[in-house]
Design a protein around this ligand. Structure first.
Ligand code: ZN
Length: 193
């Protein structure tokens, strides 16, 4: 009986850890308490190991938490801060190994920043084109990378509603860069010399 209870308890702990933010993630999300989060840099060894890791999916339970709201608020503040002034950011860049990106939608009026959960590129279309890229995690550098100009993106929004969206041009390039981050790939891996 005791063994069964222990097994059930372990199973419950395993399930609950997998469905919600861990205490370590919570610490990172609330660290410092301000708006702008610390951005991981490849110049730092432990940051670099984190940036090269694969991210876990976000669960429906997670998007209802304070941790998620705070992460969303702070990631958007970080990418738009004058010191970073980016066009996109992925959660591993702020130390959270979850499948979340924020992207500036240059394909929409006013170019708003939007937040995407569990994003996946379902289809890439047309020829690749060479374009300039930089990254908040690769300081003082820019490079040329070939990217598709049209993609079909699958994702969930902040309410966990699923969507399928066709995206073109520079915004499609940003998505490819940010979604690469979720599997530990950086633009410098794809750079054309
Ligand atoms: Zn990047």
């Amino acid at each position: 009986m005791r063994r069964i209870i222990t097994t059930l308890f372990s199973f419950f702990v395993f399930i609950s850890c997998g469905r919600s933010f861990t205490s370590k993630e919570r610490d990172v999300i609330f660290q410092g308490g301000g708006d702008v989060m610390q951005v991981m840099s490849i110049a730092n060894r432990s940051d670099s190991l984190l940036l090269r890791s694969r991210c876990l999916p976000v669960t429906e339970q997670m998007v209802k938490t304070n941790e998620f709201s705070e992460l969303r608020r702070r990631m958007l503040a970080t990418v738009q801060s004058p010191e970073h002034d980016g066009v996109g950011i992925a959660a591993p860049q702020v130390g959270i190994l979850r499948q979340i990106v924020a992207v500036q939608r240059f394909d929409k009026d006013g170019a708003p920043f939007e937040f995407f959960i569990n994003p996946k590129i379902k289809t890439c279309m047309g020829a690749k084109q060479l374009g300039g890229e930089g990254c908040l995690s690769v300081p003082n550098r820019r490079g040329e990378v070939e990217r598709f100009q049209k993609i079909v993106l699958q994702y969930r929004d902040a309410e966990f509603t699923p969507h399928l969206d066709t995206i073109e041009g520079f915004t499609a390039v940003i998505f490819q860069h940010e979604i690469d981050h979720l599997r530990g790939v950086l633009y410098i891996d794809k750079e054309q010399n």
